[in-house]
Design a protein around this ligand. Structure first.
Ligand code: 9G3
Length: 568
């Protein structure tokens, strides 16, 4: 491809609306253009990267036994009503009506559609396991589309759905996908980690997220330097710390006028925050629950959701708190609460000795509270957020922290959708059974953006070889010089013959301008035809990821380049 013909309109200035590196560089490098909020056009360079990522994804999905299909984007409301999700997703679901006023949505994901397909055509255990996938645009009307391709309203996802006879079969399919994802992101040249994660509203049990490690990532993860434990901080298991031992004293109510926050009470009573019991009230659907964590800790609402499942979970209002405790927030505690109020406490609270909590009476706290003695009807669980410096729940080593971009997620769904949509098969004994499902997604367009977030410098993108839009750029420093131009053109043609993907920068521009664009676009290999070519037949070789320059004779350059691509 001649650069003058390539549709890659690079920009000198960084577009003001771009907040993250990938958005900036993909706009500046002429890879993408915005059409409307959260909706982008992929120009030639981005499309080539997407094709390469997709090819890797296809190969690994097929290797794992997946079959590619194409499901409809337009989905009838009936299926979403059947699964119960038509009303779960409010404005995020792109809804539309046809001319007969029938309701539809643009597919944000395809669990319903595929379960409907399979329930119609699959009836025997002999047809299972079945692994079906597609790669297609998905639509989600995000409240705040941002970060360019990272959180768009239209994006490309590969989604695979597995159908098995039983849980044991699902375990096998899940492991196959886990391994395939590991192979895919490795082949894309990414530094990533699979981490234990939250399954959220979709339901189901096991789930892992595949995180590309990048400082700009929205997610925070912990991983063990000694063993294989790694988790999203949202669900990372907390090891309760030692509260120490001391003789238990008798509970006393004491006056704490105007002292409502953890800091104030801690100061006023001259006790460390870890001696305080923080009492929070939540409205979980139409029930109020009390939740306790140590004063120096933070509640983790995702963990709370798991222990006390509910559709909605919100902090209770001051008014609601007053109704259940008879007191203003600030002096509330777990003692003398009505029996209808369930009490949950973090594991760490259980072993507290001589703790402090609100007395449910304005301007008073209790001291010398012993949780197991003083509020025995408490359900203990891991309910807090993990903090820096904490240890691995498996092997006790201090955990490392990193930020990550979620590019893939694998889920064990179980029978949630097969039950809702009645997807059954007949087993070996002629008995009806629900199919056991898994679903597995890769954000293909997000993987492109995440690659940039992880591979750039102050000059531009640094593509991994395997998914680079082109592997090589040939830069003649002066196209007006016939010897240089001839040399560049010959090299370009020979590279093409050798199967190398190459751009010839044929513009009548200064070398500096061409180098700037080459660095911005991020070709892994730059070959310059300059002074040393005319005098000594040497081609200048520079790898985008290294700073050194080397010179190779024009007779050896093709083999040399092929060697770099192979070894990269
Ligand atoms: C919706 C809307 C947004 C959604 C969903 C449904 C996220 C929804 C979760 C998934 C899970 C898996 C298949 C591939 C692997 C991931 N956002 N999720 O279900 F209606 Cl508006 O999509 N889907």
């Amino acid at each position: 491809m001649y650069f003058s013909k390539l549709y890659a309109p690079t920009l000198r200035e960084t577009p003001a609306e771009a907040e993250v590196v990938s958005h900036k560089l993909l706009l500046r490098g002429g890879f993408i253009r915005k059409s409307s909020s959260g909706v982008y056009t992929y120009l030639t360079l981005a499309q080539r990267v997407l094709q390469k990522i997709s090819a890797i994804v296809r190969e690994e999905m097929n290797k794992a036994g997946g079959q590619e299909i194409m499901l409809p984007v337009i989905q009838p409301a009936e299926l979403w009503l059947e699964s119960g999700r038509w009303h779960v997703y409010g404005k995020e679901l792109f809804r539309l009506k046809d001319r007969h006023d029938r309701d539809f949505c643009l597919g944000p994901t395809h669990e319903e559609i595929i379960t409907d397909l399979v329930r119609g055509d699959v009836y025997s255990y002999r047809q299972l396991p079945l692994l079906l996938y597609q790669m297609q645009n998905k639509y989600r009307d995000e409240r705040r589309p941002r970060f360019g391709l990272m959180r768009g309203r239209e994006f490309i996802m590969k989604d695979l759905y597995s159908f098995d006879k039983d849980e044991a079969g699902l375990d096998v399919s899940y492991q196959k996908m886990y391994d395939a994802y590991t192979a895919i992101f490795t082949r894309c040249g990414l530094k990533f980690r699979p981490v234990e994660a939250d399954s959220g509203a979709i339901g189901g049990s096991d789930t892992h997220e595949f995180m590309v490690i990048a400082d700009s990532g929205e997610a925070e993860i912990v991983y063990c330097p000694e063993c294989d434990y790694a988790a999203n901080v949202e669900i990372a298991l907390c090891v309760p710390s030692d509260n120490g031992e001391e003789p238990a004293k008798n509970m006393e109510k004491i006056s704490t006028p105007g002292q409502t926050t953890i800091e104030q009470v801690s100061q006023f009573l001259q006790v460390p925050a870890q001696k305080l019991i923080k009492t929070l009230f939540y409205q979980a659907d139409d029930e109020i629950i009390a939740v306790l964590v140590r004063g120096d800790r933070t509640i983790n609402e995702i963990k709370l959701q798991r222990v006390h499942p509910s559709l909605t979970l919100e902090m209770a209002s001051a008014q609601q708190i007053k109704e259940v405790t008879g007191c203003e927030p600030g002096y509330v505690g777990p003692l003398k609460l009505g029996k209808q109020i369930k009490i949950y406490a973090d594991n760490e609270v259980k072993t507290m000795v001589n703790g402090v909590c609100g007395a449910n009476e304005e301007n008073y706290h209790y001291i010398n509270v012993q949780p197991e003695r003083d509020f025995p009807r408490t359900t203990y669980a891991d309910l807090r957020l993990i903090e820096k410096g904490e240890t691995c729940p498996k092997c006790q080593a201090v955990l490392n922290w990193a930020r990550g971009i979620e590019v893939g997620q694998v889920f064990k769904l179980g029978t949630k959708y097969s039950e809702a949509l009645n997807a059954k098969y007949v087993d070996e004994n002629g008995k009806d059974n629900l199919m056991v499902m898994g679903c597995y997604g890769i954000g293909v367009s997000r993987t492109l953006a995440a690659t940039v977030e992880q591979n750039y410098d102050e000059h531009g993108i640094i593509w991994p070889m395997s998914i680079a839009p082109y592997q090589v750029v040939v830069v003649p420093v002066k196209v007006q010089d016939p010897e240089i131009w001839q040399g560049a053109q010959t090299l370009y043609e020979e590279l093409q013959k050798a199967g190398v993907e190459v751009v010839l920068d044929d513009r009548d521009e200064r070398a500096g301008v061409k180098f700037k664009d080459a660095d911005l676009i991020g070709y892994p290999i730059r070959l310059t035809i300059g002074k040393k070519y005319a005098s000594e037949e040497l081609v200048e070789v520079k790898l985008r990821k290294d700073s050194e320059i080397s010179y190779i004779n024009k007779n050896e350059i093709i083999e040399h380049v092929k060697g770099i691509i192979e070894k990269y």
